[in-house]
Design a protein around this ligand. Structure first.
Ligand SMILES: [Zn+2]
Length: 306
């Protein structure tokens, strides 16, 4: 059967990552664990057309009528906007309580930043909250949905652990080869969460953005290095544009460099005991993207409306 161009990566029997090469915004990864009786999907994509393609790709791995649970690693639209359509097909949707609340009050499309033909992305009628590690029995194998202990990429992240294959679906705790985004979370908390991630002893990491990476390649290290660098940079400076400039020089190959400036603002606010000025952070993104002449995405799905 021909499959859409979502780069399915077979990690083990019944364990698949759907990888979109990282470019700009809303270009994310998803995952699937299939057992004898049921399947667990990790995350959805951003738009109705993308989610249709993802569903077609996933259906190719499933017997018709296979019960499906969908674990949302967090509430951002590039991971959660397909939840409503899957719920309409009978899927059970799991998320942490903060993420569940955000998904149910959506969809959130941040029209001040993005202009896009999202298609039908209505939220599901309900989301099952996950407050502690929850084992999902799939028949012959199982996966564990594990809430992240504190704020990190957002205030309601979770990961999915398939111990049998050593696969850890990290959601956006890992951005690999692409600039992370901290506007919804905590820099200090994210650093703690990276240490926590390594306690699973995974052999394979499926990040929220970027390529599937073996533990031997130490994919956690560059994300840790970035946030430690950022924390140090804001200790003595609130010149976020200058910090962005230095970050772009240090990580020249990372797409979405406009995130450095707002990340610096987040790190500065948190390390100085303040609150993030969210409108100022949004302005950081717009100003930086405009200054560098970069579209907010390379996919053509989203365009920046200035
Ligand atoms: Zn995210």
């Amino acid at each position: 059967m021909s499959r859409p161009d979502l780069n399915p990566v077979a990690l083990a029997p019944g364990v698949v990552a759907f990888h979109q090469p990282p470019g700009g915004w809303f270009v994310s990864n998803a995952g699937l664990v299939v057992g004898a009786d049921a399947a667990l999907q990790v995350d959805t994509f951003a738009t109705e057309p993308l989610n249709r393609r993802l569903n077609t790709a996933i259906d190719a791995y499933l017997e018709p009528g296979t019960p499906r649970t969908v674990a949302l690693t967090h509430a951002h639209g590039d991971h959660a906007h397909g939840a409503g359509a899957l719920a309409a097909r009978g899927a059970t949707i799991l998320a942490t309580p903060p993420a569940a609340g955000e998904v149910l009050s959506g969809p959130h499309t941040y029209d001040m930043l993005f202009s896009c033909d999202w298609g039908a992305i209505d939220p599901p009628p309900d989301v099952t909250p996950v407050t502690e590690p929850r084992t999902v029995d799939l028949g012959g194998t199982s996966a564990v949905v594990v809430p992240v202990p504190g704020p990190a990429h957002t205030h309601g992240d979770l990961v999915v652990w398939h111990e049998e294959s050593g696969t850890l679906f990290t959601g956006d705790l890992l951005f690999l080869g692409v600039t992370p985004l901290a506007i919804s979370g905590s820099v200090a908390g994210w650093l703690e969460a990276l240490d926590w991630l390594e306690t699973f002893g995974a052999t394979t990491y499926v990040p929220g953005h970027g390529p599937v990476t073996a533990a031997a390649e130490n994919p956690v290290a560059p994300v840790r290095e970035y946030f430690e660098w950022l924390r140090e940079a804001v200790a003595s400076s609130a010149d976020f544009a200058a910090i962005e400039h230095a970050a772009r020089e240090r990580w020249p190959d990372w797409p979405a460099g406009e995130r450095h400036r707002v990340n610096a603002r987040v790190a500065h606010a948190q390390s100085h005991g303040g609150q993030l000025d969210f409108p100022a952070g949004v302005k950081d993104l717009l100003t930086s993207a405009a200054a560098h002449g970069e579209p907010m995405t390379e996919t053509g799905l989203i365009r920046l409306d200035l």
